[in-house]
Each structure stands twice: as structure tokens, then as C-alpha cells.
Design a protein around this ligand. Structure first.
Ligand code: CMC
Length: 393
């Protein structure tokens, strides 16, 4: 007390101890509960990884079945929530809808507001959120295109059900493509947790005031929306489109990114913690080639992305600052090949990050961490006398 140090952006400040995710930015290592990300992306599925992050161990067959059945039982959202959807204009950004509707879950399940929930009650809040976020996400898309919503189908696994809710039309049966299901599992796993990033820290900060799971995650969604965080995946595609429309000269845009008088940054490049490479980006880059190939999609912006990456990685500006492609550089190209519209990319990130937010919120609660309350160094005026309005200049 008395002596305060400031660390803008918390570049060197640890806010908590955590047993969930290990990240070494110098060596490019990322492990969930000790399991390397490449093994999980290759061998696991999203629901199993969600269980791992939240409960700390890989589930047995029985535990996994119980967990996914419980999720399936809660995929419906209250019919009254449909009325909230109806109130949004079709131009609403789906991230705004997502955070509003997750916040509104507190109204439908007020027992979630009790900070002294039993473990069983807490688990029910967790299952409800895991189940309903995919329905809310798909419905936010349907709202944006003015189409009727699809109700969840509980004979489908998590990813297939999400694709059904996104892409099925009442007029025809939607055929689920296993290549797309695999790709979706992989992308969601790669986004599932990333220790104390901006949105997760937001979730923990709100939770530290005994904020409910739903209000904490709603705040996390707003944090993720920002273009320097999860919003970057949408920005990457918009940037690549712009470069293509401009003639596809990647060198010119690299120069723009280096110009300190130009606010343009190479989106999908650089990371606060990874100063070597982002291990998620490596996996996504190779998945991107395979998936586009399997789906028979030829996307000219993939070549632009590769050219940009090559040009940046050999340019002293990027080399000196240790700027490498991050998770968002190639993820959007895969989402696009899967038919997911650009505006939904950050929603996809939120779906993936949800188990991490939940695990971190639960850890904070279980460890009974104190309320988060950073200090400051005051730089304003010293004491002044109040002047009546008539005497002010
Ligand atoms: N393009 C051009 N220059 C960059 C970039 C970039 N993408 N990223 C960093 N720099 C420069 C920056 O201008 C600064 O240069 P200087 O030292 O000359 O002032 C130096 O590199 C260090 O950057 P910083 O902004 O101090 O680093 P940070 O740790 O505060 O920011 C970042 C990290 C991710 C916000 C930043 O790299 C960035 O804005 N990247 C683009 C947005 C992006 O892709 N975000 C997604 C992050 S990964 C997904 C997630 O988990 O959110």
C-alpha cells in the first residue's frame, strides 16, 4: 500500500494463479490442463475439450456421454427469448445480440445470480450456457438474414447441430458434411482457452464481484468483440478482400502496415504473448489447405494471405518486432469455405472460447479469489475552489 507501480495493458502483471492453460510465448507452447494443443486438435472433439477445461480431466466414455446428453437436454432457449430476437433490426451485429441474450439468461434463470450456488446448481448454469450459446449464435445469424430459426436437433452431435441450425432451411433437409464437422471441431478446440487474455480477464473481473456466470460471460463477449482481440478474424477477411480489390499487391500493404503515420495494421499479425510463433496459427494454416482442398473451394484470398505472410516474415520490421501470424490469420478463410458469413466469425470465436471462460470463472469461484480492483496513479488537477457559473470564463 502507498507505493503503486503501473503496468499499462498489464504486460507484466499476473492477476491470478491458474491450473487451466499453460502458455509459453517464447517457445510457442500451448497446453490445456497439460495436454498439448496439437494433440487435442488432432485427436479430440470440442465437447471433450470443454469437459477437460471445465472439470480438469479427460472424461471416461460414460462421463462424456452424460456430459453431452445433459448439454443436448438444454439446447432449447425459452420461447420468450424469441421476442427479444424479434426486437433487433436485421442489421444488428450478431456479437451485440449474443452478449445481450447471454446477459438476459439471468432473467430466465434468476437462480444463477446466487453467489452461493451449490456445485450441482453451478453445474446446471454451466450446462445451460454451453447448450444455449450455440442456439443463440445460430439464431442471431438467422435474424440477420431474415430467415426463420431452426430448432436444435438432439440426435446430432454439438457441431453438426450447430451447422444444422445455421444452414438448414424449412424447405429442404440439410446434409451435414463430415469434413465441415471436423474442421469446426478443430477450430473450436484451438480457440477454447488462452489463459488471461482480454476477454477472459474481463470474465474473471466481473466474476470477482460475485457476478453471475451469465453476466460475466456476457461482458467477456463484449471484450472479445473488439478488433484488436477476437474481432480481428472478421478484420482479416475484410483486409484481404480490400487488398484483392486493390489489385492484390501484398508488398504495398506491408509498407502501409510499417508506416507509423498510417493507422493500418496487418490484421491477424502480432500477439501480446507469442513472440516466436502462435502454435494455433501453425495448425490452422495446414488445416486451411486440407479443408479447402477437401471441399473443393478455391479462394483467391488464400493466396493473398500466403503472400502477405511470406513478405512479412522476411521483412526486418516484422522480424525485429517478432510479429508472426496469429490464430486469426487463417481461421476466417476456413470459416468462409464452410459457408459462415464474415460477420459471424467473432461469434464463432466466442463459441469456441466459452469453455475457457466457464473454466476460468469456476476456478475463480472455487478458489474464492478477492474482488479485482486495480489501482492508479492520479495525474489530474490538485484541489480547486468551486467557482459559481457566472464567474467562469
Ligand atoms: N501490424 C503492424 N505493426 C504491428 C502489428 C501489426 N499487426 N502488431 C504490432 N505492431 C507493431 C506496433 O506498431 C509496435 O511497433 P513500435 O514498437 O514501433 O511502436 C510493435 O509492433 C509492438 O506492438 P504493440 O501494439 O505494442 O504490441 P501489443 O502486445 O500491445 O499488441 C496486438 C498485440 C495483438 C494487439 C497487436 O499485435 C495487433 O494490433 N495486431 C493486429 C490485431 C490482431 O490480429 N489481433 C488478434 C490477436 S490474436 C487473437 C486473440 O487472442 O485475440
Amino acid at each position: 500500500s502507498g507505493y503503486i507501480t503501473i503496468d499499462p495493458g498489464y504486460k507484466n502483471t499476473g492477476a491470478t494463479q491458474s491450473a487451466i492453460t499453460f502458455l509459453d510465448g517464447e517457445q510457442g507452447i500451448l497446453n490445456y490442463r497439460g495436454y498439448p494443443i496439437d494433440q487435442l486438435a488432432e485427436k479430440s472433439n470440442f465437447i471433450e475439450v470443454a469437459y477437460l477445461l471445465i472439470y480438469g480431466k479427460l472424461p471416461t466414455t460414460q462421463e462424456l456421454e452424460d456430459f453431452s446428453n445433459k448439454i443436448k437436454m438444454h439446447t432449447l432457449v425459452h420461447e420468450d427469448m424469441r421476442k427479444i430476437f424479434d426486437g433487433f433490426p436485421s442489421t444488428a451485429h450478431p456479437m451485440g445480440i449474443l452478449s445481450s441474450l447471454v446477459g438476459s439468461l439471468t432473467a430466465f434463470y434468476p437462480e444463477s445470480l446466487n453467489p452461493n450456488q451449490t456445485e450441482e446448481e453451478m453445474n446446471l448454469s454451466i450446462i445451460r450456457l454451453l447448450a444455449k450459446l450455440s442456439t443463440i449464435a445460430a439464431w442471431s445469424y438467422k435474424n440477420s438474414v431474415g430467415h426463420p430459426v431452426n430448432y436444435p436437433k438432439n440426435n446430432l452431435d454439438y457441431c453438426s447441430n450447430f451447422l444444422h441450425m445455421m444452414f438448414a432451411y424449412p424447405t429442404e433437409e440439410y446434409k451435414i458434411n463430415p469434413v465441415v464437422v471436423d474442421a469446426l471441431n478443430k477450430l473450436l478446440i484451438l480457440h477454447a482457452d488462452h489463459e488471461q487474455n482480454c476477454s477472459t480477464s474481463t470474465v474473471r473481473l466481473v466474476g470477482s464481484a460475485n457476478g453471475s456466470l451469465y453476466s460475466s460471460v456476457s461482458a467477456g463477449i463484449c471484450a472479445l468483440w473488439g478488433p484488436l482481440h477476437g474481432g480481428a478474424n472478421q478484420e482479416v477477411i475484410e483486409m484481404l478482400e480490400q487488398i484483392k480489390a486493390d489489385g492484390g499487391d501484398s508488398k504495398k500493404w506491408i509498407e502501409k502496415a510499417k508506416d507509423k503515420n498510417d493507422p493500418f495494421r496487418l490484421m491477424g499479425f502480432g500477439h501480446r504473448v507469442y513472440k516466436n510463433f502462435d502454435p494455433r496459427a501453425k495448425i490452422i494454416k495446414s488445416a486451411c489447405d486440407t479443408i479447402l482442398n477437401d471441399l473443393g473451394v478455391v479462394d483467391p484470398i488464400l493466396n493473398i494471405a500466403k503472400e502477405l505472410e511470406e513478405a512479412a516474415l522476411t521483412d526486418p520490421y516484422f522480424v525485429e518486432r517478432k510479429l508472426y501470424p496469429n490464430v486469426d490469420f487463417y481461421s476466417g478463410i476456413i470459416y468462409r469455405a464452410m459457408g459462415i458469413p464474415t460477420e459471424m466469425f467473432t461469434v464463432m470465436f466466442a463459441l469456441g472460447r466459452l469453455p475457457g471462460w466457464i473454466a476460468q470463472w469456476k476456478e475463480l469461484r472455487t478458489n474464492k479469489e478477492p474482488i479485482g480492483r486495480p489501482r492508479q496513479i492520479y495525474t489530474g488537477e490538485t484541489v480547486r475552489e468551486y467557482t459559481p457559473i457566472a464567474d467562469r470564463k
